[in-house]
Design a protein around this ligand. Structure first.
Ligand code: SF4
Length: 270
């Protein structure tokens, strides 16, 4: 029996017409859903019976988002060539000029060119690049509501919350516990804004991983035998402006970035 090792293994079988008969916006989005075991291959009515007989039900393991990430980025770049970047800029809070869309990612300029190439002021790993490209293609562009919600309360967030805590909140708390300049760096290097301490936190900072996707980081220092604590909150509109899977990916990518910064400053075990 065969299995799909990457999103591209599924994508190659599709006719790439982006006809939307499967209710996904693109064939690539459908391929990702099949790869993640969320949709059966047979949901694409354009596949012939022989292909379905050969491949349907061949997702043998629950894949991780890191499988085939570079291939996925390459395919998303191809898809980006087909969209109107000027319209996308208006929708997602960017600027279009001289044939390129410019977005602020954590306060830094990120450029996407009409031919799909990308350039930025900071190194962007695939965990960030993938959601960024999905954001440009699919974001509803809703204005930020100001209603903060935890990850578990977002649509489809509850089932992924354990992973989110393990890969995002706990590692960032560990960095905050040991790297005392973390929150200063967030403000000065990444254009973060200190806000009134919400939920009785000792520190509350708002960052913008993407223009319409603010995050609120609340940190409680250790106190009288109680461990420190860190939680990340999201604007309610993130469900439509990005979606839970790309959101998880971009936060995991940003946490990895802060882990690297703290290591560069010689913080052991961060
Ligand atoms: S129905 Fe098939 S061909 Fe049409 S968008 Fe979905 S995956 Fe692509």
């Amino acid at each position: 029996m065969s299995s799909f090792k990457t999103v591209m293994d599924v994508f190659k079988l599709l006719d790439k017409s982006n006809c939307r008969a499967c209710n996904e916006k693109t064939c690539l989005a459908f391929a990702a859903a099949v790869f993640q075991g969320k949709r059966p291959l047979s949901d694409c009515p354009r596949l012939d019976a022989e292909t379905l007989r050969q491949y349907d039900g061949f997702v043998e393991k629950k894949p991780t988002i890191s499988d085939g990430m570079d291939d996925f980025v390459a395919q998303l770049k191809k898809q980006i060539r087909q969209i109107d970047l000027a319209e996308a800029a208006r929708r997602v809070g960017g600027v279009f000029a001289n044939g390129r869309l410019t977005l602020k990612v954590m306060g830094k300029d990120f450029h996407i060119y009409s031919d799909g190439k990308m350039a930025s002021e900071i190194h962007v790993n695939p965990w960030v690049a993938i959601p960024l490209l999905i954001y440009v293609m699919e974001s509803a562009g809703l204005p930020v509501s100001g209603e903060w919600v935890p990850f578990r309360e977002l649509k489809n967030g509850a089932e992924r919350n354990g992973l989110f805590v393990q890969r995002c909140e706990q590692p960032l708390k560990k960095v905050a516990d040991t790297y005392t300049n973390l929150f200063e760096d967030m403000v000065h290097l990444f254009n973060g804004q200190r806000v009134e301490n919400l939920y009785e936190a000792d520190i509350s900072i708002v960052l913008y991983p993407l223009p319409l996707v603010p995050i609120l980081i609340c940190y409680w220092k250790p106190d009288e035998g109680l461990e420190s604590s860190l939680n990340i909150f999201f604007d309610r509109t993130v469900e439509k402006n990005l979606g839970v899977d790309p959101l998880y990916s971009i936060i995991a990518g940003i946490v990895q970035m802060f882990e690297k910064i703290s290591l560069r400053h010689g913080v052991p075990g961060a």
